[in-house]
Design a protein around this ligand. Structure first.
Ligand SMILES: [Zn+2]
Length: 250
């Protein structure tokens, strides 16, 4: 008899048998680092860790339906654990992206993948780029195949939230041409998650919907599964591309 929550799971990235790493309360959230604690929910969330690529994931939540996520995570209280997501972060990101990457692109076709209400894309559009927002959860009436290909794709705060990492990478490639660059954010776990250590990392937070936690190796393998190259600008900002443009030095 296997204890519920500890059923075996294969790593979704490299298919190695993953190992149960730790269990945390469902209400563990990213704002605890600023002193905001929610009451214990009493719901255990098990995280599994791949001994090969170090991908770490919460299998039970990965199997949830869209409705379960909307009811339990992306609900009216979500702003408590991610106060900047509606306005402050899109505005900040729009400025950063435009200022950083405009020197390398003249009026690019830009896609903000998983762009929620589309605010960041709107702000970048106002600065002069040809920008589109596409969020599979929001733009359900849009056929992604009709959107075409994009020169520059951003995917901020997406990777750690996805249930199906292989679907995500394939979906991103469907918007890419041979020279496209995908800029995406997710904190890599390399210095923060280790086997046989408790999962104390602030980013491993079920209440924020952080169910897929990537190491650099797991991102490399995910990229290679669709013939992409992977690289990092820093511990949270990374890129995928088929051919590295000259402006990417690392
Ligand atoms: Zn793996």
């Amino acid at each position: 008899m296997i204890t519920p929550g500890l059923e075996p799971h294969l790593c979704p990235v490299c298919c190695t048998q993953a190992k149960a790493l730790d269990v945390v309360d469902f209400n563990k959230n990213c704002e605890e680092k600023t002193g905001i604690f929610l009451p214990m929910s009493g719901k255990p969330v098990y995280y599994f860790h791949c001994p090969n690529c170090a991908f770490t994931f919460a299998p039970e939540l990965m199997a949830w339906s869209k409705e379960q996520f909307e009811e339990n995570i992306y609900n009216d209280e979500y702003a408590l654990v991610d106060p900047d997501y509606l306005e402050k972060r899109p505005a900040h990101n729009a400025n950063e992206i435009f200022n950083t990457f405009s020197p390398f692109y003249t009026n690019p076709r830009h896609l903000d993948y998983g762009g929620g209400n589309g605010l960041m894309s709107k702000l970048i559009g106002e600065k002069g780029w040809n920008s589109t927002s596409y969020d599979p959860f929001v733009n359900t009436d849009v056929n992604p195949a009709d959107l075409g290909k994009f020169d520059f794709i951003t995917a901020f705060e997406i990777f750690e939230h996805v249930c199906d990492v292989n679907h995500l990478i394939k979906s991103l490639t469907s918007f890419m041409h041979p020279q496209s660059v995908v800029l995406f954010s997710t904190y890599v776990s390399d210095n923060d998650i280790k086997p046989n250590q408790r999962l104390n990392w602030w980013y491993a937070s079920p209440r924020n919907g952080h169910i897929s936690l990537f190491s650099k190796k797991s991102l490399t393998l995910l990229a290679e599964s669709v013939n992409l190259k992977f690289g990092s600008f820093n511990p949270v900002a990374h890129y995928f591309c088929y051919t590295k443009p000259e402006w990417i030095k690392n």
